[in-house]
Design a protein around this ligand. Structure first.
Ligand SMILES: Cc1cc2nc3c(=O)[nH]c(=O)nc-3n(C[C@H](O)[C@H](O)[C@H](O)COP(=O)(O)OP(=O)(O)OC[C@H]3O[C@@H](n4cnc5c(N)ncnc54)[C@H](O)[C@@H]3O)c2cc1C
Length: 499
């Protein structure tokens, strides 16, 4: 059966941040947009579920770079507070190193300088210098590099960027760069922690990404009241206001083409036609499984040789008591970051002594747990593509993290867990068609940055574009939002419409 053909129409595959962003921008430019999402709920990795009075955000929990969200809303004549109340967390987060030592990162810069100085003489001044350089990188990176479609190296021929590349230590590693500033292991952990968001080791990440330290320390950690899925709701409401039609439980099984054009997608055995197709589902899935031979952008060897950002082993827990010694965000850095990173990237295997992260949003938000209870989300980063994602493995790591959680917080927790759900590789594959079970897409290594990332544009089909965390600018909500805008802008320039 053939569905109606509209002029200047677009189909978007998926409903994560990148897809919703591209759909909204295309609709604003006059396209008739239809979104097809395979799952029953929109939002991709930022879905939510409610169980036994607890409300769990399934994926992202850190709201960083609030201006990227605000810019998106402004582009549609809105502002953040039209959708949710955004609260700055104070302190930003806690890092636990052992039973005695923990460090709470203050939200004010002056307090952070003082904290650094208290660990290492001169580190306060050094941090000031480090953050001044980080701010410069952030400004150049966010304004001159991140918004580029990265279709050609010529886009980067910009005097400010070129002169800045030297200042930005693009070719230096993050580790060797930061080693020049700080010696104390706790301070180094704090400085290296934001790199975890980029999905690569500090040795393998360009020093350019110290811009993330500016995001962390100067711009702060925020929380949208009601939870992270409130952002998805906001994006959907903008899409709907601009006439985007969203269809859930609608997996795209094929992108159909004729000559140089993708003319339709197949959904539940029906063909849906459009002038432009934007693939916001995992790039590797679209390239390997939805496109026919001859229309793929890359071969199997290419995909196999990519460095993926990690997968995750996740636990959603409902606890029937309050836990005093946790903040909203808690990083358990009581084991070696380097050893864990090696088991993720260099010799991929189930980790021996993993670091982990605990989000306790009920510290900030009463709506996510019944009174007197806590909502806990535990995340262990693990390598992609690991075999044996089974109940026994999940239970083994559960016992390991709960034991360390109890030890480092000095609180009994295990016996008070009244709700528990686990989530790992096989769920990422089943729910999102995630390549090798990745959680965060493709790592931001030096050889996977800008024009070296999978391209936003199909090499074969003139009107097919790719958006999301496997292409530019990279993983994370702010980059995914920007990715949607870049792709919508490029796609709208397309002159050759199929219909
Ligand atoms: C556990 C976890 C924690 C994270 N923490 C943070 C954080 O704290 N802060 C932060 O900024 N970022 C975080 N991230 C990263 C962030 O969530 C992602 O970068 C971002 O949400 C990716 O958006 P996307 O649009 O690229 O992909 P997705 O959200 O995955 O959207 C892709 C969509 O495509 C759909 N799809 C797949 N195949 C098909 C098909 N054939 N047909 C139709 N639809 C299809 C999928 O179901 C999905 O809805 C986290 C991610 C995870 C998993």
């Amino acid at each position: 059966m053939i569905i109606a053909v509209m002029s200047k129409s677009a189909i978007v595959i998926g409903s994560g941040f990148s897809s919703l962003s591209s759909a909204a921008y295309l609709a604003k430019q006059g396209f008739k947009v239809k979104v097809f999402e395979k799952n029953a709920q929109f939002g991709g990795r930022a879905r939510v579920f409610e169980e036994n009075g607890f409300k769990f955000d399934m994926g992202p929990s850190w709201y960083w770079m609030p201006e990227v969200f605000e810019d998106f809303y402004n582009d549609f004549g809105k502002t953040t507070s039209d959708f949710y109340n955004l609260k700055r967390l104070e302190p930003s987060y806690r890092v636990l190193f052992n039973e005695k030592d923990k460090l709470d990162l203050p939200s004010k810069l002056e307090d952070i300088y003082a904290l650094f100085e208290s660990y290492e003489e001169g580190a306060g001044e050094k941090l000031k210098e480090f953050l001044a350089a980080a701010e410069y990188r952030y400004q150049i990176g966010m304004n001159r590099m991140v918004p580029k479609p990265s279709l050609s190296p010529l886009e980067f021929i910009d005097w400010e960027v070129i002169s800045g590349l030297f200042k930005m230590d693009l070719f230096n590693s993050f580790r060797s760069y930061t080693d020049k500033y700080f010696k104390h292991p706790y301070l180094k952990s704090i400085i290296e922690f934001p790199i975890l968001f980029l999905g690569a080791t500090a040795e393998n990440t360009p020093a350019l990404y110290s811009m993330m330290n500016h995001a962390d320390m100067a711009l702060g950690t925020w929380y949208p009241e009601g939870g992270m899925h409130e952002i998805i709701k906001a994006f959907i409401s903008i899409c709907e206001e601009f006439g985007v039609e969203l269809q859930a439980s609608s997996p795209v099984t094929k992108i159909n083409s004729a000559g140089d054009f993708a003319h339709s997608v197949t959904v539940n055995d029906q063909e849906h036609y459009a002038d432009i197709i934007i693939a916001g589902a995992d790039y590797a899935h679209v390239d390997r499984e939805l496109l026919t031979e001859g229309n793929k952008n890359y071969d199997e060897e290419y995909w196999d040789s990519r460095t993926m950002a990690p997968s995750c082993l996740l636990y959603y827990l409902g606890v029937d008591k309050k836990i005093d010694n946790l903040l909203h965000h808690n990083l358990f850095f009581d084991e070696s970051l380097d050893e864990h990173a090696e088991e993720i990237y260099i010799n991929p295997q189930w980790p021996s002594r993993p670091l982990f992260y605990v989000c306790n949003p009920s510290k900030t938000d009463k709506s996510v747990a019944p009174e007197g209870h806590e909502n806990l989300f535990i995340l262990i980063p693990v390598a992609t593509g690991l075999a044996n994602d089974n109940e026994a493995i999940r239970e083994r790591y559960f016992n390991l993290v709960i034991e360390r959680l109890e030890k480092l917080t000095g609180e009994k927790i295990k016996d008070n867990i009244i709700y528990k759900k686990t989530y790992a590789h096989s769920n990422f594959i089943e729910d999102y068609n995630a390549f090798k079970g990745n959680a965060y897409g493709l790592a931001n290594t030096l050889d996977q940055t800008a024009i070296l990332k999978p391209s936003i544009k199909s090499k074969r089909l003139k009107n097919l574009y790719f958006t999301g965390q496997l292409t530019v600018p990279g993983p994370g909500i702010p980059p995914s939002i920007i990715s949607g805008k870049i792709v919508a802008t490029e796609a709208a320039k397309e002159k050759h419409y199929v219909h």
